[in-house]
Design a protein around this ligand. Sequence first.
Ligand code: ADP
Ligand code: MG
Length: 326
Amino acid sequence: EEIRSKIAAGEIVERPASVVKELIENAFDAKASFIKINLREGGIKEVSVYDDGEGIEPEDLKICYKHFATSKIKTLSDIFKIVTFGFRGEALASISQVSKMTILSKHADYDSAYEIRVEFGKEIYFKPAHLSKGTLVKVEDLFLNLPARKAFLKTPRTETFKIMEIIRGLSLCSPETKYQVKSIEENKENTLFFWEGGNERELLSYIIGLEKSFFKELLLEHPPYSIFLLLTDTSKTFSHTKYLYFLINKRWIKDEKLTKMIINALKPFYGNLGFPAGIISIKAPYHLVDVNVHPAKWEIRFKDEKTLFLALNKALEEFFNKKTFY
Ligand code: ADP
Ligand code: MG
């Protein structure tokens, strides 16, 4: 049983970047306005994520590393909304199985902060601690207990690169949040990402390193979909889709099939000039979206792809007819 749960955890937590993804999403859920991330050895030695959000109540903190310990599903209607994004209450449980995890958290309803330490699934301690606000999750020595898994990790440099991809994509889901990301090697600190909060256009410009004025925007309501485009036009294209971010219901999605569909929709407008940079953000009713329950796969299916494709096409038509540049 123990081995089985460690292997299962290894499937959910693939690499340091998956840890970073889960911890940032938890910070978003906690309504953080500031997220601070420290990395050692590409996150293999350590990933620390601090957020200034709501914090965890001591009773929840005590069991946070147990399977299905989620505080987020309180009513039946919540289940329908949340289950679409899969794996509720599994992230901390999985991470704690394959690392040394310490969580320090202060909830507003309690006078003291509390701290829990779990090493490879075993609780080491739970005690009062000091922290004035929010939550600090520290994940050390990822996969130290699963050498075969650890062997699949790349160099710290490559793992850092994968983490930064995650941070860029996720940050676009919440551009008003402040972010600070540092890598710490010996006693040398290196700032990898620094964002003091702003709007989508400003953050895109920071992430891609392209003047704000390159991005044009358009919002199209095409029931049941709402499509928001914030893209470069044909005057600035790229040979790859690396700078194209897809958001579905404010979640960043990396899905091959969806990417193909969007590329097909872009083709008539960008021709063989390549691909735009920017954001395509789709809002859809939850019942029309199906997210694969495996969090590492980022798979998403629309129940009515035809209508979505039409909506995308219409949005792009308007985008290209629009003469006002922002
Ligand atoms: P889920 O996010 O799916 O509920 P997790 O394993 O990611 O599951 O987290 C378990 C629980 O721990 C959450 O439901 C939440 O109550 C609490 N939690 C985790 N991280 C934070 C955080 N940064 N701030 C507040 N609460 C958190
Ligand atoms: Mg979570």
